[in-house]
Ligand binder design. Structure first.
Ligand SMILES: [Zn+2]
Length: 300
């Protein structure tokens, strides 16, 4: 009887050890939540997208190898905190900075950062716009590294990742639809960043036949009802959508209809107003997603 009990205990120990090993090597399907420490340490392997919590605004750091790209910089007031975060992460220069479109919640922080972190390349959908912060950023970019207005179909490397410019496909009255739309491909995974594009620009992309497939989508226009249309979601077919949005914002973002459409499509929604900064890493095969501030909370 005692012997049998010993065998059972041994079997249980072996099973527990196997489970532990499986967990540490991420053998489970689906993403593993990174711990706070994991998220802080970047060893330069794979790709990382960091969706900063900048309230009702957008700012996304993409790192691959030893190269970094910043897509939008939040509002002007977000500049100092972003600078502190970027310095803490060891980002000393940008291979590329993208201002998706000339609105303050995307361009504001960039006009602060451009004086403080060197950039090799700056992209925007236009050179001039009726927005003070964008004009400031565009003028300084023009003087330092030059401001490029990319064309759909352009592609450039970021480390071992390929950054594709999908849009805008034409000029629109609604500045949101002039957002630069990027698809970032690394190994077998892809990320789609759509700025504040609405269903109008999304529809043009759908009609263009461009490959929209993505594992993770940065939902357009802070999750507004006028973005993330059914057909667009169907073609992109992401597993995850990140919504960069401020808590209790005056616009009512994210829209209930958008959340319904994402739910219908089986997309898991990750919101910065609920999770704080969201980090997504990939080895080119799977996604690993963490929320360092949430983990810090959990550890307290
Ligand atoms: Zn915006």
């Amino acid at each position: 009887m005692k012997k049998r009990r010993c065998v059972w205990i041994a079997l249980l120990l072996v099973a527990a050890l196997a489970l532990g090993l499986a967990w540490s090597f991420h053998l489970f399907d689906g993403p593993a939540m990174l711990t706070g420490a994991d998220v802080a340490d970047w060893d330069g392997k794979g790709i990382e997208l960091r969706f900063f919590d900048v309230g009702q605004a957008d700012s996304i750091l993409v790192r691959c190898g030893d190269e970094a790209m910043l897509v939008d910089g939040g509002n002007r007031d977000d500049g100092p905190q972003l600078l502190a975060d970027l310095e803490a992460l060891g980002v000393r220069r940008f291979a590329c900075v993208v201002c998706t479109h000339p609105h303050e919640d995307h361009a504001g922080g960039l006009s602060y950062l451009i004086d403080r972190i060197p950039m090799q390349r700056a992209l925007a959908p236009c050179r001039e716009a009726d927005n003070y912060w964008f004009s400031d950023f565009a003028a300084k970019a023009g003087e330092s590294c030059g401001l490029t207005v990319p064309a759909p179909g352009d592609e450039f490397p970021l480390g071992e990742a390929a950054v594709q410019v999908l849009g805008p496909l034409r000029w629109h009255e609604d500045m949101n639809d002039n957002s630069i739309i990027l698809r970032i491909v690394y190994g077998d995974v892809a990320f789609l960043l759509t700025g504040d594009a609405t269903w109008v620009a999304e529809g043009e992309l759908v009609d263009s036949g461009a490959d929209l497939k993505a594992d993770l989508l940065k939902a357009g226009h802070h999750g507004a009802n006028s973005s993330s249309s059914y057909h667009f979601l169907e073609l992109a077919a992401p597993d995850y959508a990140v919504i960069s949005v401020g808590a209790d914002n005056e616009h009512g973002h994210p829209g209930a209809y958008t959340l319904d459409r994402m739910s219908d499509a089986g997309i898991r929604v990750l919101r910065t107003d609920q999770l704080g900064t969201i980090v997504c890493r990939s080895d080119g095969k799977r996604l690993y997603i963490g929320a360092p501030e949430k983990n810090d909370e959990a550890e307290k």
